[in-house]
Every structure is written in structure tokens, then in C-alpha cells.
Design a protein around this ligand. Structure first.
Ligand code: AHR
Length: 548
């Protein structure tokens, strides 16, 4: 156990003494699965990921280099690839985030040793930290390496273009580098020298990132004009291109309205140039008051009160308001709703202090609380499968709500990884409407009271099998859920649960399986229309129900 693990374990023990929840009683809840009310197919891309050149995501996380002692495929950490293959095959977004709007894709191509070393966008944030190679980007992980990584994982690449500091021409040429046919252009030949004679077939392209902020500090009208320019008359090389626009700051509905109005100022045909509209939603303890201070309002990843547990869950549930609010505004102009929502950054954002290594800027530990945030959020995407076509949790490894934590040779799966694996059968299934009834749970915020739904979840159907996922957010009480299938009958059911029995539980390199799924067990369903299942406190459960 190194010093940081020791500190973390000590903090956990301290927190557990005062805050450990006790399962006191079981409340009743109702779950109605309406099999005859389909919503839409759940796009596997809502199980997408995000990889930015930030802290330990790329270097130390994914890219260990070909000569490394760490098992790798051509420099890419093998353990990540192996575990990604158990998850839905969603998109992976790269190279940012804010980094994208300072990135020149030409820096990351050609022989690795000849690539330029650049100051990373995030360096000023890290100025107070010990110097080290992470401070400068060696560009060893560029377009070819990224696409190779994505294909090894079985997913699809999603590249975010630099709209703030490069002209549209560089964007066109990046598309040409990626997609022009083998041997056709000088850029295709350069790509071949990087190991990919065949086109990389990149379909998803982000046009800037957070253009209201780090991506150029533009107004929505200014951004819409840039967007039109960037997406006009691009050669497609036979690959359908799906462009994703940089959406609002949180609940700023006027950004969405102004963008779509100005985009279509020359005619509604401009709607053909946009496939997805990006929303970002980070979750932190806003009851402490978010201010201009980068870390104000954020709480600790490991040490929190029961009220802070609920506050984070309430913040996560707010994603539903963002989706329905922006969707309604988009429909004012895009009346047939051709453009879908892409939540291309989401997850918990805790204050610094629990990162695995000082170089892992914005790195944080991840507990059962983060697992519930992941489950609540994925359930929301399923319930809005007609609106949300893609989502990318931030970020894949060593940053914010990661699925993996690494430190050199050490590697672990976070509770969030286990939720992604648990929820995998939803991907590609038909989401059906679900009605949940449970008393809301009240809690204290700093200046007022808040509340969260007493039960959350979603259902989907594929091949006469229902996947029903349920989150019991109660910190101390189990819930007995009565589950009714409307329009069908359960022949048999099985359940798997992620429940640690303690709201601060998390995995460390020394104790990597504190939070992990239970073994799958049979659930008695009886001959009637309903059956009952007990959901432990602070838990996520997947029920797999075979229809009779
Ligand atoms: O994910 C970290 C940062 O959060 C991203 O770079 C930016 O887009 C967002 O503000």
C-alpha cells in the first residue's frame, strides 16, 4: 500500500465510523413495464467514451509505448482493450474537450520520434505540480494511434475538430487524411506511412467544443456562422459524415435557439449539415454554491455526508431536464427532429485530492456513489432513446468519472465500469416505457431542502427478453419493488446487483473488488402478472426477464 492508498483507506475508515448507513427498513415501490409502449432502439453509442489529452488519460492511461513492460499492443495498454471488449461497442471521442480547440492534428502524424513536443492546453492548470513529461505532449498518440485503439476496442472513432485556433481548411484536410481512398491523395499516402493504407472511415466529427467558452468564447450566432463555414462543401470520400455541433453551457436554452435560428437563416436545408447537438452535464455538489472558483461547489470523491450523497444523485438526475428542455427548443426549428442529442461529456466532477498520481490532472477516485450516477444517467438515456443518439462519459481513464484507474503497471476497474458492463444488454434493445412509483427522499442542502426520486430505472426488450435496470438511491433502506409486466408475462427472471453495503465503498489497487457485481441469481416470478424483488440500499440491479 503506498502513501496515497493508505490515506484513502484511512479516510474511508474515518468516514465509515460516522457515516456508515444501516439498512433499517424496506419501503415499497412499484415498477410497471409497458411492453406495448416502445420508445426507440437504444443506440449502443450512448455507451460511448471520451479521451482527452489531459493529465493521465492518454499518457499512463492508454498509451504506454511499444517498449513498455506494461502489456500492450503496439503501445496501447492491453488491459484497457481487453475490458473494453466486454462493454457495448460505442464511439470514443478524441482529442478533447477544450484540448481539441488548441490541437493541430498534423502534430500527431508521421514518424513518432520526429513529432513536435507541445505545451498542453491544460499546462497552466498544472503549473504548481511537480515537473514531468506529462507537462508537455510528445504527440506519440495521434490520429492513427487513436483510431487503432478504438478499433481494438471494437468501437467507432469520433474526432473533435479545432474551430477556435485553426481555419476550416485544416478541418477539411483532417477529413481528407482520415477518409480519402488508399493512394488517392498526398494525405492518404501520409496516412499509409502511419500504418493505415486503407481509409480510417471516420464518420463522426465534432465541430468545435464548448464554443461558448474554451472553444472560442463565441456567441451562438457567431458559432452558427463558423459552423456553416466548417461544414460547407466537404468532400465525403464515400463515407457518410455526421457532424456534431457544440451545444450550450448547461441549461442555456437561448444558445440552442440562437444557433438553430442562425444556422437556418439561409434556409432549412442547413439542417442537413448537422446530425447531433452536443450537451455537457457534469455533476457536483452544487448546493455548496458554484462560483467562478474552479473548485467551488465541488466535494471530495471519497469523504461525503449522506446529504452530499443525495445531492450528487439529484444533480445527475437533472440531465433529464436538460434533454427535454433543449429537445423542445430544437423542435421549434427542426420540426421533424432530424437532429439528435449527443451528451458528449457527462459524469461526476469532484475536487482534487484523490487522484492516483499527481500527474493525473482532474483524476479522482470513484465510489458506489459514482456507480449510481452512471446508472441513473444511462437509465435516463434509455428513457429518451428517441432523442439521445450518443453519449460519452468523461473520461475513460484516470480523469473525472473514469472506468479505469492506472498507475504504471497497476490497474483497476472502477464501480462505474461495472455499471457499464451490467447495463450492456440494453445496448441495441428497444426501450419501452416504464412507470416507477416510490416516495421521494428528502435531504438537506446548504440553504434549503432537496429531494430525489425514491427509485429510478429503465427497461428494454430484445428477443423476448426484458432487461430492467433499477437504482435504489436510499442510503440506508432497502426497497421491495413490485414489478408488473403490462402486455406480457414473466416466465423466469434472474438478478445481478451492485451494492457495497456502504455509501463510500470503492476499489483500490490493494482491494480491487470491494465494489463488484454479485453472482447472478434466480428470482421467483410465480404465475401472476407481478413479482417482487428486494433492492438493497445504495444499489444498482439488473433483472433479466424471459417472456412467457
Ligand atoms: O472533461 C474536462 C473538460 O470539461 C473538457 O475539456 C471540457 O470540454 C469540459 O469543460
Amino acid at each position: 500500500m503506498d502513501r496515497r492508498d493508505f490515506l484513502r483507506t484511512t479516510m474511508l475508515a474515518g468516514a465509515a465510523m460516522t457515516l456508515a448507513p444501516r439498512a433499517t427498513s424496506a419501503a415499497d415501490a412499484r415498477v410497471d413495464v409497458l411492453l406495448d409502449e416502445p420508445i426507440a432502439r437504444i443506440d449502443p453509442n450512448v455507451y460511448g467514451h471520451f479521451v482527452e489529452h489531459l493529465g493521465g488519460v492518454v499518457y499512463d492511461g492508454i498509451w504506454v509505448g511499444e517498449g513498455s513492460r506494461i502489456p500492450n499492443t503496439g503501445g496501447i495498454r492491453q488491459a484497457i482493450v481487453d475490458h473494453m471488449r466486454h462493454l457495448p461497442k460505442g464511439v470514443i471521442r478524441w482529442p478533447g474537450g477544450c484540448f481539441a480547440d488548441s490541437y493541430d492534428w498534423r502534430d500527431g502524424i508521421g514518424p513518432r520520434e520526429a513529432r513536435p513536443r507541445r505545451t498542453n492546453f491544460w499546462t497552466p492548470e498544472m503549473a504548481a505540480r511537480p515537473d514531468g513529461p506529462w507537462k508537455y505532449d510528445p504527440n506519440h498518440f495521434g490520429t492513427n494511434e487513436f483510431v487503432r485503439f478504438v478499433r481494438l476496442c471494437g468501437g467507432e472513432p469520433y474526432l473533435a475538430a479545432n474551430l477556435r485556433s485553426l481555419p476550416a481548411r485544416d478541418f477539411y484536410q483532417w477529413v481528407e487524411y482520415a477518409n480519402s481512398p488508399a493512394g488517392s491523395t498526398t494525405l492518404a499516402e501520409m496516412r499509409a506511412k502511419g500504418g493505415s493504407a486503407e481509409p480510417l472511415r471516420v464518420r463522426f466529427w465534432g465541430v468545435g467544443n464548448e464554443s461558448w467558452g474554451c472553444g472560442g468564447n463565441l456567441t451562438a450566432d457567431e458559432y452558427a456562422v463558423e459552423y456553416r463555414k466548417f461544414t460547407a462543401w466537404l468532400p465525403t470520400y464515400g463515407e457518410p459524415l455526421s457532424f456534431i455541433g457544440s451545444g450550450p453551457n448547461g441549461n442555456d436554452l437561448s444558445w440552442t435557439r440562437r444557433f438553430f435560428t442562425t444556422l437556418t437563416a439561409k434556409g432549412e436545408g442547413a439542417l442537413n449539415s448537422i446530425w447531433g447537438w452536443a450537451l455537457h452535464h457534469y455533476t457536483w455538489n452544487a448546493s455548496r454554491g458554484a462560483t467562478t472558483d474552479w473548485n467551488a461547489g465541488k466535494g471530495d470523491a471519497l469523504v461525503y455526508t449522506t446529504d452530499e450523497w443525495y445531492e450528487i444523485l439529484a444533480q445527475a438526475a437533472f440531465i433529464e431536464t436538460l434533454i427535454t428542455g433543449h429537445w423542445a427548443v430544437m423542435g421549434e426549428i427542426d420540426r421533424r427532429h432530424r437532429v439528435k442529442i449527443v451528451v458528449d461529456e457527462w459524469g461526476t466532477w469532484h475536487k482534487p485530492g484523490t487522484e492516483i498520481h499527481p500527474s493525473h490532472h482532474l483524476g479522482q477516485q470513484s465510489t458506489i456513489r459514482d456507480a449510481l450516477v452512471a446508472a441513473l444517467t444511462l437509465d435516463t438515456f434509455h428513457r429518451h432513446a428517441d432523442k439521445v443518439a450518443m453519449a460519452n462519459i468523461a473520461q475513460l481513464v484516470n480523469c473525472l468519472q473514469s472506468l479505469f484507474l492506472t498507475d504504471g503497471e497497476r490497474f483497476l476497474l472502477t464501480p462505474t465500469y461495472h455499471v457499464f458492463a451490467l447495463y450492456a444488454p440494453h445496448a441495441g434493445g428497444e426501450a419501452v416505457r416504464t412507470q416507477l412509483g416510490a416516495p421521494r427522499i428528502g435531504y438537506d442542502r446548504v440553504n434549503d431542502r432537496g429531494s430525489v426520486a425514491g427509485l429510478a430505472g429503465s427497461a428494454s426488450v430484445r428477443d423476448r427478453t426484458v432487461t430492467l435496470t433499477l437504482v435504489n438511491p436510499h442510503a440506508t433502506d432497502a426497497t421491495d419493488a413490485t414489478i408488473t409486466l403490462r402486455g406480457g408475462r414473466a416466465a423466469s427472471a434472474r438478478a445481478v446487483t451492485i451494492a457495497a453495503g456502504e455509501i463510500h465503498a470503492h476499489n483500490t489497487f490493494d482491494r480491487p473488488a470491494v465494489v463488484a457485481p454479485s453472482a447472478e441469481s434466480a428470482v421467483p416470478v410465480g404465475p401472476g402478472a407481478s413479482f417482487t424483488h428486494r433492492l438493497p440500499p445504495a444499489s444498482v440491479t439488473r433483472l433479466t426477464v424471459a417472456l412467457g
